[in-house]
Design a protein around this ligand. Structure first.
Ligand code: UD2
Length: 293
């Protein structure tokens, strides 16, 4: 052990028997009880990585920034270098949140939108542009997140890897792949046949090293543009393209639904021992430019 590094001695053995903690391509599947957060953070702190987290806050979604940033300061990569990249059409509404040392906010202009679908699809485009132009000078890892989320528990180095996906809370117990809500129309570039699929991933938390993320966002942006040319929009917009990408380019780490639970769920099942990030309940009709679902 390097001098100066102190590892906490785990009081109990690490391990879970009630959940899978490895995928069938041998990537870690991260659950509470499968890692020691002190050990993991200490390993990565030696490299002192720069963590970027990019959120869109377009239209009325700026109202979620306060909770997102305040709770991020309490739980998200505490002790690491973190920059929150906020892509917004409304700079004036970005709240001023006190940040701890080594942490920054960087605000970027994007146009307003008439359709929420265009905003979620544009995640890929804005991330691609940032990665092509300036982000490589400022970060090592990039996480893409939904802004209508709050942190409620530790999120740290256990979430780092080359390419990271998060299991969607609604489908992590699904046993038949034909029940995943993948895009099922062959004319869409996001199409996945009923005989294929590993997991259904949420588009609200995913990340990785910049080069891997660049390949992903470039691919998904191109595929959604190909769809648009023939008047098709994937069933779950960028989430459908992300799921297709992850099927053929397996994540090197998969996060359990602890990393995106939801306040829409009435109760928390026993296998979710910690809610680390929660999607807030929102009035879709009220917050989206074109309302509804
Ligand atoms: C789901 C996914 C989301 C996306 C979407 C696509 C989860 C938890 N979330 O969320 O990642 O794939 O489905 O259908 O699975 N935004 C704005 N302004 C807008 C609309 C959206 O800034 O007018 C941003 C904002 O960061 C928001 C994110 O896009 O958090 C996702 O939009 P949503 O929260 O309306 O989508 P939702 O809840 O259907």
């Amino acid at each position: 052990m390097s001098p100066g590094l102190k590892y906490a001695q785990p009081s109990t053995l690490i391990g879970r028997t009630d959940v899978n903690s490895v995928t069938n391509w041998n990537a870690p599947l991260v659950w509470e009880g499968t890692f020691d957060p002190v050990v993991m953070d200490n390993i990565y702190k030696r490299e002192n990585p720069r963590i970027a987290v990019l959120v869109l806050a377009v239209g009325k979604y700026t109202q979620f920034l306060k909770g997102f940033l305040e709770t991020g300061e309490k739980y998200f990569f505490v002790g690491f270098r973190v920059t929150y990249y906020i892509f917004t059409d409304n700079k004036e509404n970005v709240p001023k949140i006190p940040l701890t040392q080594g942490r920054n906010i960087s605000i970027h202009d994007v146009p307003s939108a008439n359709r929420w679908q265009d905003v979620v699809l544009s995640k890929m485009k804005w991330a691609k542009l940032a990665l092509e132009t300036w982000l490589h000078r400022e970060a090592d890892y990039l996480f893409m997140m939904d802004v209508d989320s709050v942190f409620r528990g530790h999120v740290g180095a256990e979430a780092l890897s080359r390419l990271v996906g998060t299991l969607h809370r609604g489908y992590y117990r699904t046993t038949k792949r034909e029940d995943f809500p993948y895009e099922r129309r062959p004319e869409s570039q996001a199409y996945i046949p009923p005989t294929e699929g590993d997991y259904y991933y949420t588009a609200a938390v995913w990340g990785g090293l910049l080069d891997d993320m660049y390949r992903l966002v470039k691919h998904c942006d191109e595929k959604s543009q190909e769809d648009a040319k023939i008047g098709v929009e994937a069933a779950w917009q960028e989430e459908s393209h992300l799921n297709k990408y992850f099927l053929y380019n397996k994540p090197t780490k998969v996060l359990s639904p602890e990393y995106l639970w939801s306040d829409y769920e009435g109760s928390i099942p026993a296998d979710i021992r910690v809610v680390r990030i929660a999607q807030l309940v929102k009035n879709y009709q009220e917050v989206r430019p074109n309302g509804g679902n």
